[in-house]
Design a protein around this ligand. Structure first.
Ligand code: IMP
Ligand code: MG
Length: 179
């Protein structure tokens, strides 16, 4: 798998060191609040597992499953919610966790959907943020790393459902991406 990478952007060690920092920030910010974390499947799974174990707060965890890519490397913009029953959101402070903020269409759709359930607040935490113009008006409150507008895989991020179990994050070799 690692041979399919053109280059490694973040080693596992570097990712975990950054998670220590974000977790400390989130812990400080939510110390006195009723926190519900909502992780967006499948991309945020590994990030979520490593991040939440670094946050010593009595939080609740739920997951949402959406699809917006339908297999390729560009967001289709049409976001399908595979899970319709909303988690414990009303009156709580919500932190949405996702792997990457790209066009923003997915996170914006999720945020709007959760707002309908009257949370006290909503913030967004992403491991990666692409430095590109967004197609939807959404910003992340906690960001692991900012990256250029390249397609990356590993540490939960996939290309056609592969590479999620790579421990690092890297750029996939161009010839492996279907035109
Ligand atoms: P958006 O709606 O364009 O912001 O896309 C959000 C989703 O697309 C993310 O949660 C990822 O699952 C996927 N995605 C965006 N960029 C990448 C990438 O570089 N590699 C792998 N998946 C990506
Ligand atoms: Mg994906």
């Amino acid at each position: 798998m690692q041979d399919d990478l053109e280059r490694v952007l973040f080693s596992e060690e570097k990712i975990l060191a950054r998670l220590d920092e974000i977790a400390a920030e989130i812990t400080a910010d939510y110390r006195e609040r009723e926190l519900t974390v909502i992780a967006v499947l499948n991309g945020s799974l590994i990030f979520m597992a490593d991040l939440l174990r670094r946050i010593p707060l009595p939080l609740k965890l739920d997951c949402l499953s959406v699809a917006s890519y339908h297999g390729g490397i560009k967001s289709s913009g049409d976001v399908v919610f595979r899970q319709v029953s909303l988690p414990d959101v009303a009156g709580r402070h919500i932190l949405i966790l996702d792997d990457i903020l790209d066009s923003g269409l997915t996170l914006n759709a999720i945020r709007r959907k959760l707002e309908e359930a009257n949370p006290r607040s909503i913030r967004v935490c992403v491991l990666l943020e692409k430095q590109i113009p967004r197609a939807a008006p959404i910003e992340a409150d906690y960001v692991g790393f900012k990256i250029a507008g390249e397609f990356v895989v590993g540490y939960g991020l996939d290309y056609m459902e592969r590479y999620r179990n790579l421990p690092c994050i890297g750029v996939l070799r161009k010839e492996l991406i279907a035109p």
